[in-house]
Design a protein around this ligand. Sequence first.
Ligand code: F6P
Length: 535
Amino acid sequence: MLDLDQLTSLRAAQGSRRMTELFADNPTRAQDFSVSTGDMRLDYSKTMIDSAVRDALLALCDKADLAARRDAMFSGEPINTTEGRAVLHTALRNLDGGKVMVDGQDVVPGVRDTLARMRAFADGVRGGAIAGAGGAITDVVNIGIGGSDLGPAMAVRALTPYHDGPRCHFVSNVDGADITDTLAGLDPATTLVIVASKTFTTIETMTNAHTARDWLTRGGGDAGMQFAALSTAGDKTAEFGISPDHVFGFEDWVGGRYSMWGPIGLSLMIAIGPDDFDKFLCGGQAMDAHFREADWAQNMPVLLALVGLWHHQVCGYRTRAVLPYDQRLGRLPAYFQQLEMESNGKSVAMDGTPLPYPSGPIVWGEPGTNGQHAFYQLIHQGTAVVPCEFMVAAKGHETGLAHHHRLLVANCLAQSEALMRGRSLDEARAKVADRFSGAELERQAAHRVFPGNRPSTTLIYPQLTPYVLGRIVALYEHRVFVEGVLLGINSFDQWGVELGKELATSLQPMVDGTASADARDGSTAALINYVLGHR
Ligand code: F6P
């Protein structure tokens, strides 16, 4: 169990010390509190982590037996103990590595075989050999939700400059508006529908899949050719009527939110092509090697986890903002939200006893610079401290618009600097002294004070390529894993999503009007009656 006493004392001893003082005391602080892997750099110097704090944080890794836990994950031990499963998304990107044994069997040949089948399918779709009733596939619609949607949707958008295949669309919500708006304007005779569902039972996905099939067959499409499935449930994909050559299976040792590296990434592979998809996998694999080989003090996922632990469990900052200065990473905060909150949003330890400290934080965010004109007000001057995770590329893809990128970078760096420095009352007074005096000067100045000393990290990389995106995603996956190990929780189940699903099933006949809601609580019954009376 995590022992936070030493860290809590160190925090208390910092008193009113500021991070600007840490920089003044240590001229090499930026280097000393940054970590690199390859050409990617994580700067965590704009935090209150000093050497003593870092030592105490690093000591937690050995106390939690992190090396053994990490090795257990990579070697296929059933570390997801509530479901009795191994956790082996890393095997999906183990392109040139050795054997990975699960229950005495090497899973790598199966992974390679599926990848080769995906490659042949993607090439077929991109080259026209796999076509619809109306000719070459022009559009791909991925129907899935949660981990069967967020990863590929995020990555297809992130890698737009590499997109040379058919257009890709994503339908996730059971709200009929989602599929209606997505299919509007698409040709049912040239659209490929990919039904992505690990279990192939998720009600949203199955409802949308049936609606898509009706649309496609009514519009003259060939459902036999124009449907594919990505699932662990081969029996259910067959029941749905999808031909086995269009089914790409995976095993239960791939968790939904960790699944974009395998078949769930098919839409991404079709969009950017198998070669660039391989580069994405290679990026993930490079981060795996770094995580396995680097000392804790130089290990990027470990340090990112420790910074998070310091802010959330020690300093008590309850949320974390992910702020990519990259418009194409617009879905990354939502992707990280599932990764972090579904993995580490737990209340009990591995052994089922209540956790004596907070589990994972609330993760949210939006790309910069847009957020600056919306919620950054609170980040700079609100009463809650929000640790910010900035990320930015040194170079954009729009070579003809390099001045845009320079502005983007300047804004990103300005935000972390402003959060750290703040603006004192004297500085605020000086800003308005030419316009106000006396009590009004004091009142106006008070509104212009920035407390500063607000923490952030910056992840910086040369350019957002498939390889870099692979490294970023794997970095966060391992960070979530390390956090889970340190907190002593199972990061790989998600029982918290079950109750709502069960209740939705039982409420369905009441919303349909075929069963009475009288036995439900007063609020739910009244809301159902409202719906029945207003449609
Ligand atoms: O309800 C949560 C969840 O099980 C996620 O963990 C998962 O990513 C998502 O639903 C979709 O599940 P499936 O891929 O089985 O449709």
